[in-house]
Design a protein around this ligand. Structure first.
Ligand SMILES: CC(C)(COP(=O)(O)OP(=O)(O)OC[C@H]1O[C@@H](n2cnc3c(N)ncnc32)[C@H](O)[C@@H]1OP(=O)(O)O)[C@@H](O)C(=O)NCCC(=O)NCCS
Length: 356
């Protein structure tokens, strides 16, 4: 790779190949003609395996050198983020993985079954089929009739182009513009750029009190730490950890704060229609950091979040933190002047929550 600053570790490159919906495989036929195919890939050890009908182009590339690629776009950066006149700074931030090797046939029935199981888990995660086992009468014939090939990886290049070659002040401007633009994926792009440039100071937007750094887009990897923080809160009584984690990942906005060691110490989320109403849930600061302004910083960030900032009404329920929210402009719903009066009504699906 020409620019080592863009290189990502092998495990991350493999993870990108494994998570890609499909990968592109390029090789040549024995007569030298180029072949390019999109395949569903499954990573097993140093193999990226794929399936095909036992006739056709994919068989022509057996034993031949090939290259396989997956990529994901992180964000499209328009030139005007960095320069009001010149088009030159326009760029795409992305992550890619490229594996070089030789195409081999996978013929052991157990490995073929493992490849097809991997494909089903990836593309039909809800299940609804009998497990694919080499000895199963249901699949024996299908397994025998199907071609399973694989690229045996000889070298693997992972690349993440996330502004590592630009100045810290350019990155800061781009982070601010991404937050302003607030398109789908822009919050995640902010986190990706920050993670790829760990020496940068957090931008003012993300500087929290008491040495904390705010995060505009928490990830599935944060779900466990977040569920631990909010799991024992009174409003989560009756919900299991898995349902709390699903509620979190199903939110329109999920922000938080990390301490100096990178541990999640605060979390807050919102469900929003982006125009009329947003509802804030699961606001919690780790007890040792309470009273230092972290809660206020996290809620302000959530209110400014692109999915929430356009909502005319922002609602929440609280048993005892009214004073905390009043400082942020919230008032008791009974005092909100509307041209009509209404009560809040709730349908409880008691099969989904244990209500004492
Ligand atoms: C509420 C909570 C998120 C506030 O976070 P924090 O980081 O401690 O808040 P800040 O430091 O920004 O603000 C502290 C101020 O909030 C107010 N406050 C915090 N918790 C309060 C509570 N339970 N009742 C009344 N006021 C409260 C206090 O007035 C305090 O002001 P002070 O510094 O003058 O004493 C945090 O205390 C917490 O996690 N509590 C448990 C979970 C909870 O109740 N969440 C909100 C329910 S929706």
């Amino acid at each position: 790779m020409r620019r080592p600053i863009f290189a990502t570790p092998r495990a991350r490159a493999l993870d990108l190949l494994a998570r890609a919906h499909h990968v592109h495989l390029a090789s040549t036929r024995p007569d030298g003609a180029p072949v390019l195919r999109a395949v569903h890939g499954v990573v097993i050890g140093d193999l990226v395996a794929f399936h095909a009908a036992p006739v056709g182009e994919k068989l022509d590339i057996l034993g031949r050198a090939a290259v396989l690629q997956a990529a994901r776009v992180v964000a499209q950066i328009p030139s005007h983020f960095l320069d009001p006149e010149r088009a030159c700074p326009a760029t795409t931030l992305y992550e890619s993985a490229q594996a070089h090797g030789v195409v081999v046939e996978v013929s052991e029935p157990e490995v073929k079954a493992a490849v097809l199981s991997g494909l089903m888990e990836r593309h039909q995660p809800e299940g609804g089929y009998a497990p694919i086992e080499a000895t199963s009468g249901l699949y024996k014939k299908a397994l025998a009739g199907l071609f399973v090939g694989a690229l045996r990886i000889e070298s693997l290049d992972g690349k993440a182009k996330l502004m590592q070659h630009r100045s810290e002040s350019d990155r800061l401007r781009v982070l601010e513009r991404l937050w302003e633009r607030g398109a789908d994926g822009d919050q995640e792009a902010i986190e990706d750029i920050r993670a790829a440039n760990p020496g940068d100071r957090p931008p003012p937007l993300l500087r929290g009190p008491a040495g904390t750094t705010l995060a505009v887009a928490l990830r599935p990897a944060d779900a466990e730490a977040s569920a631990t923080l909010v799991g024992s809160a009174y409003w989560n009584e009756g919900f299991c950890a898995e349902r709390i984690a699903r509620a979190t990942s199903g939110s329109s906005a999920w922000v938080g704060a990390r301490d100096e060691a990178g541990e999640l110490v605060a979390t807050a989320r919102a469900v929003s229609d982006g125009a009329k109403h947003a509802w804030i849930y699961d606001v919690l600061v780790e007890p040792r950091l309470r009273g230092a302004g972290v809660g206020e910083a996290v809620v302000r960030l959530l209110l400014a979040h692109p999915r929430v900032r356009g909502a005319a009404f922002v609602h929440l329920g609280t048993r005892d933190a009214q004073a905390f929210y009043e400082r942020l402009g919230f008032v008791d719903r009974a005092r909100v002047v509307r041209p009509y009066t209404s009560t809040t009504m709730t349908l409880t699906r008691s099969e989904l929550v244990t209500v004492a």
